[in-house]
Ligand binder design. Structure first.
Ligand code: PEP
Length: 253
């Protein structure tokens, strides 16, 4: 049985004060007996401070991106080992905003994935199609290409406890959510791609849905058999909404 995971991607938002308040509210409101793993992904500069605030809460800390390099003359970059050093357990790689706005290719994303694994952290690999690609009927081709770029470079066991997030680009920050059926179809497709290499890894793999998840739509999405929780952007900045999503995921088990 896969334990659900809800991860909040704060993106480029907030301050020391609002981040601390958000974490206090989430930690204070989360059910201790929850049947869901919970994670927050603040901006780099707040990671160490948020790590301290999360002590004893059981809430995980993730980073939103990482360098593919492990160290050296790479001004402005942050290495996976540094993220581990400040208390991260997970790192988002291949978010569509990184792909579209910062030119991260499938190959770069795959190298970031491997850098995260090399630092003994868990990658959260984002895949997903644009609206044009969906309209052209190429959703599966796009998701396959994005996933294969990683799977071709690692042995399937190296997937370890990595997480995959299916995030249709047209649903991110738009308020337009994929229907549970649309999301389920792609999640099942992703699990099938992994199952072709290892049935065991596929059965254990957590596949999150991301794209305008809110307290009001989370339950229906998480009721789908291959949706193992959510990667949440906008709603993760609102403690009450984020807690409602966590509690919807907790009800899945
Ligand atoms: C995201 O950025 O990963 C995301 C899913 O954002 P939102 O929930 O705001 O659509």
């Amino acid at each position: 049985m896969r334990r659900p995971l809800v991860a909040g991607n704060w993106k480029l938002n907030g301050s020391r004060a609002t981040g601390a308040a958000l974490v206090r509210a989430i930690a204070g409101g989360i059910e201790r007996s929850r049947a869901v793993d919970v994670m927050v992904c603040p901006p780099f500069v707040y990671l160490a401070e948020i790590a301290a605030a999360l002590q004893g809460t059981g809430i995980w800390l993730g980073a939103q991106s990482v360098s593919a390099e492990s160290g050296g003359a790479f001004t402005g970059e942050v290495a996976a080992a540094m993220l581990r050093d400040v208390g991260c357990s997970h790192v988002i790689v291949g978010h569509s905003e990184r792909r579209a706005l910062f030119g991260e290719s499938d190959e770069v994303v795959a190298h970031k994935f491997m850098a995260v694994r090399a630092a003994a952290l868990q990658p959260v690999l984002c895949v997903g199609e644009t609206l044009d690609e969906r309209r052209q009927g190429s959703t599966e081709d796009v998701v396959r290409r994005q996933l294969e770029a990683v799977l071709q470079r690692i042995s399937i066991e190296k997937l370890g406890s990595a997480v995959i997030a299916y995030e249709p680009v047209w649903a991110i920050g738009t308020g337009q959510t994929a229907t549970p059926e649309q999301a389920q179809a792609v999640h099942a497709f992703i699990r099938g791609l992994v199952a072709a290499r290892s049935a065991r890894m596929a059965a254990e793999l957590r596949i999150l849905y991301g794209g305008s998840v809110k307290g009001s739509n989370a339950r229906a999405l998480f009721a789908m058999p291959d949706i193992d929780g959510g990667l949440v952007g906008g709603a993760s900045l609102d403690a009450a909404d984020f807690l409602a999503i966590c509690s919807a995921a907790s009800g899945k088990t």
